[in-house]
Design a protein around this ligand. Structure first.
Ligand SMILES: Nc1ncnc2c1ncn2[C@@H]1O[C@H](COP(=O)(O)OP(=O)(O)OP(=O)(O)O)[C@@H](O)[C@H]1O
Ligand SMILES: [Mg+2]
Length: 241
C-alpha cells in the first residue's frame, strides 16, 4: 500500500508538486493525468526514492521511504516494478539479459529458474521467441512490452507506470493498457499509472486524479470525474467538446 501526504517538490525555486495527498491500496489502479510538464514523472521518481521531497511523506507498505538508508531503499525497490517513460532497456543486452538482469542482481535463482521466469514474463506480455533479439530490433510497442515484462519479473507488490502508451498508435495503446491492467490485477499490486492518454486511463483505472498546478485537484472514479463541474478537469478531459 502507498500513502502519500503533503508531498512538495521544487526545482530552482519553481514548485512542481505543491502538496500531494494520495492513497493507493493493494489491488487498486490509480491513474494520475496531467499535461506535459505538470510533474507526473517527478511524482513517480519521488515514489521510487530517486528524488528527495522538500516536504511530505511517502509511506510504502508501512515504511517511510525517506528514512531508509541506501541499502534498505534498494531492498524496498525489489518490491516495486517501474515502467520507465522511455522503456529504458539496456541497448547492448539481449531481451533475455534485460529480463534476467534484476533476477541475477537481486535473487539467488539458478540460471534454469531464471530462464523459466523470463519465459513466463514474456508469455505474460504476449511475446515469444524474441529472447535473443536486441532492443534496436524491436518496434516501439514490443519495447514497451519488454519494459513491462522487466518491471513485473520480480512479481512486485507496487507497480508504477510512466506514460505507458506514449508514442503508440490508438490500437497499440489500448492493448498495452489492457495488458498493464490485467497484470496489475493478477499481481494484486498497488498500481499508479501516470499518463495523458485520457480515454485509456478512464477505462482501466479504479481512481483517476488530475495533477494541475502542483496539486491533485480532483480524485474519483470514472463516473465521478466525468460528472465534475471543475472547469480545469472538464477542459483537460474535453468533456464539453
Ligand atoms: N531533475 C530536475 N531538475 C530540474 N527540473 C526538473 C527536474 N526534473 C523535472 N524538472 C522539471 O519539473 C517539471 C515537471 O517535469 P516532469 O518530467 O515531471 O513532467 P511530466 O508531467 O512527466 O511531463 P511529460 O508528460 O512531458 O512526461 C518540468 O518543468 C521539468 O522541467
Ligand atoms: Mg513524464
Amino acid at each position: 500500500m502507498i500513502e502519500i501526504t503533503g508531498l512538495k517538490k521544487s526545482f530552482n525555486g519553481h514548485p512542481v508538486l505543491n502538496g500531494i495527498d494520495l492513497r493507493v491500496e493493494k489491488n487498486q489502479i490509480v491513474s494520475i493525468i496531467g499535461e506535459s510538464g505538470s510533474g507526473k514523472s517527478v511524482f513517480l521518481k519521488l515514489v521510487m526514492g530517486f528524488l528527495i521531497p522538500d516536504e511530505g511523506k511517502i509511506i510504502i507498505n508501512g515504511t517511510d521511504i525517506n528514512l531508509l538508508r541506501e541499502k534498505e531503499l534498494l531492498e524496498l525497490r525489489k518490491n516495486i516494478g517501474y515502467l520507465f517513460q522511455e522503456s529504458a532497456l539496456f541497448d547492448f543486452m539481449t531481451v533475455y539479459d534485460n529480463l534476467a538482469f534484476s533476477l541475477r542482481e537481486n535473487t539467488k535463482f539458478s540460471e534454469l529458474e531464471i530462464k523459466k521466469k523470463v519465459k513466463d514474463a514474456l508469455y505474460r506480455v504476449e511475446l515469444h521467441n524474441i529472447e535473443e533479439k536486441l532492443p534496436e530490433e524491436l518496434s516501439g510497442g514490443m519495447k514497451k512490452r519488454i519494459g513491462i515484462a522487466r518491471a513485473i519479473i520480480m512479481e512486485p507488490k507496487i507497480f508504477l507506470c510512466d506514460e505507458p502508451t506514449a508514442g503508440l498508435d490508438p490500437n497499440k495503446s489500448l492493448s498495452i493498457m489492457q495488458l498493464i491492467s490485467g497484470i496489475a490485477r493478477s499481481l494484486k499490486s498497488a498500481s499508479i499509472i501516470v499518463s495523458h492518454d485520457v480515454s485509456n486511463v478512464l477505462r482501466f483505472s479504479d481512481t483517476i486524479a488530475l495533477l494541475y498546478e502542483g496539486k491533485l485537484i480532483t480524485k474519483g472514479t470514472k463516473e465521478e470525474i466525468c460528472k465534475t463541474q471543475q472547469k480545469e478537469v472538464r477542459q483537460f478531459l474535453m468533456l464539453d467538446n
